[in-house]
Design a binder for this molecule. Structure first.
Ligand code: WT7
Length: 683
């Protein structure tokens, strides 16, 4: 077996597997794919994986350019260099470029290229309404027509290459249509999850200054109607105060939720999608762009209050999302694929829209709530569309698991062949329920670890290749070199745990934070010079499997949604009766983590149920309902060091009631604070 470059500590273990040595784990801990599954899989065994992985690390340029050339259309090939990178802050500015000089278009590659290859009549999108019984679908050709009409409309109102377009839409067909239309004309979409509040939307509009905002009047989620247009109206009032005014608000009339007569309207600015877009031609010339031209901006939370505009470019992202989708889900042309994520998050960008469409896949889009009208809805949808690949989040698995097996067993689910999980570590009991009950013990689970920043999967099972361990994301994808470092930034090997970093770049990596390259460098490349720092903790076991252990920064993960503790704190302290707030994550049975807020109220005010509710409302209004604290803990004061730094370590222990693990409290400015807080714990 050839020797392997350093920085791939799991490789020696893999060599052992291939050489026929058994894993060190007990057989009981391992779940093997069936013989039949592996036989038909794209990567049928660790051996094939290792061959490809080795090449991807030893010759990234050759590995990725072979894929880029054989599977995508390029108007013009890139220059001499497939990629160039500087990942070391000590050697100058951080820079990552892939396929620079290559000219292409991702919308063309999703649609025109697949249609030319004979997929025009294939269903691209099945759309399932919140209300059972209502649905729609589009073939690849029909989708192209819709995309072109919108692209032409956008051009007619002056949207040009490089302009930003803010999109605030729920899971309607119009959402992927809008993303693809922007990509077609080289505009940069910034989709804002339609659960964010008007303040959050305004903040994003002010940051990226779009030419147009695209929304719909309302949407139904479960039994509730949400008036999205009202939220946009309020956001546009706010953004105008900051000097960003929007000339056009294109609004889709979502008739099933609200009729246009009942929609508030600003004549001149607001346009009904249905009145203008269908008038435009169904063909539209492609704007050919450089591989390094921006494709989209997506805001995500960091450890300060200000969201970060993660910027992805075109060529590398295209190659990476398509390739990861194909291998991690063992994609076959006959698959019907459903990812429950919303396009407002990165999962919806890479694995609802781009990755699957680049592969010419049939994608199910679901508008509504996964437990509406009851907890069997997901399996009803699986049976209705004969879904073969089902990709979701552990929080949904846990909540459905709690609702009882009958909701699952009532449906056949026999079409399923691959399951996927994303957003947070999946606990072994949820993994087993998902595997045994939902998948009938025959569908491998791809537990995909990745981030908004990484663009696509980084550590993931390849379903036919590996024996799985419930709760482990297994091994790195091709081209990815995960390294585990200690506090000082030294790589550690073998069985170990520490901070997860990545060595080298990969095509799907984000290139900057919009308008703030310095924050990009400081957050991701300064903590451990020479590496990309993920913000996650990770351990590697005796067989080389990776186990993600959660965020090590001030970011919490609630139902797979990333929320900065500082964002919640700043929303709380904006409340006139809140003097100070400190937010920590606590274990939550369904959401993974819950939000636990310690709040000090201003002198002379006493706490009440009413105040609690209005504090929570402040967070809902400033961020969105998904960020509402689960618990408000009244705090006469907060534990601080003598230099005034809040000691979150102690707050985390109090929040999780691990009172015997408080550790050393003697360095606190006022050690008595801790006892006070404990005394107030259940008020
Ligand atoms: C953070 C990224 C990537 C799409 C969804 C979230 C956590 C994500 C896993 C997984 C363990 C995971 C990490 C990561 N995470 N997937 N399979 N196992 N943890 O994207 O909002 O950018 O959050 O989600 O902590 O850093 P995101």
């Amino acid at each position: 077996m050839a020797s392997f470059p350093s920085g791939a500590g799991h490789i020696s273990h893999l060599n052992a597997i291939i050489l026929g040595e058994s894993l060190a784990s007990e057989e009981d801990d391992l779940v093997y794919p069936s013989h039949d599954f592996s036989r038909h899989a794209l990567i049928p065994s660790p051996h094939e994986y290792l061959e490809m992985y080795k090449r991807s690390i030893e010759d990234p340029a050759g590995f990725w350019s072979d894929i880029a050339l054989s599977e995508f259309y390029w108007k013009q090939r890139w220059g001499d260099q497939v990629y160039s990178e500087n990942l070391d802050v000590n050697k100058g500015n951080i820079k990552i470029e892939w396929f620079k000089g290559g000219i292409t278009n991702i919308c063309y590659n999703c649609l025109d290229r697949n249609i030319d290859a004979g997929l025009g009549g294939k269903i691209a999108l099945y759309w399932e309404s919140n209300e059972p019984g209502f649905d729609a679908n589009l073939t690849y050709s029909q989708l192209l027509h819709r995309v072109c009409q919108l692209a032409n409309y956008l051009k007619s109102i002056g949207v040009r290459k490089g302009d930003a377009v803010v999109v605030y839409l729920p899971m309607l067909l119009e959402l992927p249509i809008t993303m693809l239309a922007c990509a077609r004309i080289g505009a940069v979409h910034s989709v804002v999850f339609a659960g964010f509040s008007s303040d959050s939307l305004a903040q994003r509009i002010v940051d990226c200054k779009p030419k147009v905002v695209i929304t719909c009047n309302a949407v139904k989620r479960g039994p509730k109607t949400i008036h999205l247009k009202d939220i946009v109206d309020a956001a546009l009032v706010e953004s105008a105060k900051d000097g960003v005014s929007i000339d056009v608000c294109l609004t889709y009339e979502n008739q099933s939720a609200l009729k246009r007569e009942s929609t508030k309207w600003q004549e001149g600015r607001d346009k009904w999608w249905q009145d203008v877009v269908p008038k435009y031609p169904t063909t539209c010339e492609v704007e050919w762009v450089d591989a390094e031209d921006p494709l989209f901006l997506l805001y995500t939370s960091g450890s300060t209050g200000k969201p970060k505009g993660v910027l992805h470019t075109t060529g590398g992202y295209m190659v990476y999302t398509a390739t990861t989708f194909k291998y991690a889900f063992d994609y076959k042309e006959s698959d019907i694929y459903w990812c429950t994520a919303d396009c407002g998050w990165i999962t919806g960008h890479s694995y609802v829209t781009y990755g699957p469409m680049l592969n010419g896949a049939t994608v199910v889009l679901y508008e509504g709530a996964p437990n509406y009208p009851d907890s069997g809805r997901c399996w009803d949808i699986v049976d209705k569309y004969k879904v073969t690949i089902f990709y979701t989040a552990p929080t949904l698995v846990r909540s459905l698991m709690r609702d009882g097996d009958e909701y699952v067993t009532r449906y056949s689910r026999k079409s399923l062949r691959v399951l996927g999980s994303v957003g947070e570590p999946i606990n072994p009991s949820a993994w087993r329920w998902f595997f045994n009950l939902v998948g009938g013990s025959s569908c491998p689970i791809s537990d995909t670890w990745w981030q908004t920043e990484t663009g696509g999967f980084m550590i993931t099972p390849l379903p036919g290749a590996w024996p799985q361990k419930p709760g482990s994301a297994t091994f790195p994808f091709f081209g990815v070199q995960p390294v585990i470092v200690d506090e000082k930034g030294n790589e550690i090997d073998g069985e170990c745990s520490g901070y997860l970093c990545v060595k080298g770049s990969w095509p799907g990596a984000f290139r900057t934070l919009y308008g703030d390259h310095e924050r990009y460098e400081t957050t991701y490349f300064r903590p451990f010079p020479g590496y990309y720092f993920t913000g996650d903790g990770c351990s590697r076991d005796k067989d080389g499997y990776h186990w993600l252990t959660g965020r090590v920064d001030d970011v919490i993960n609630v139902s797979g949604h990333r929320i900065g503790t500082a964002e919640v704190e700043s929303a709380l302290v904006s409340h006139p009766q809140c003097a100070e707030a400190a937010v920590v994550g606590v274990e939550h049975e369904v959401k993974g983590q819950g939000i636990y807020a310690f709040v000090t109220i201003v002198e002379g005010i006493s706490h009440s149920e009413e105040l609690r509710k209005s504090l929570i409302l402040a967070v809902r209004n400033q961020i969105g309902a998904f960020a509402a604290p689960d618990k408000i803990h009244w705090a006469p004061s907060l534990p601080k060091t003598r230099s005034g730094k809040i000691m979150r370590r102690i707050l985390r222990k109090i929040a999780s009631r691990q009172l015997d693990e408080l550790g050393d409290t003697s360095t606190l400015a006022e050690p008595g604070v801790v006892d006070q807080l404990i005394a107030l714990a259940d008020h």
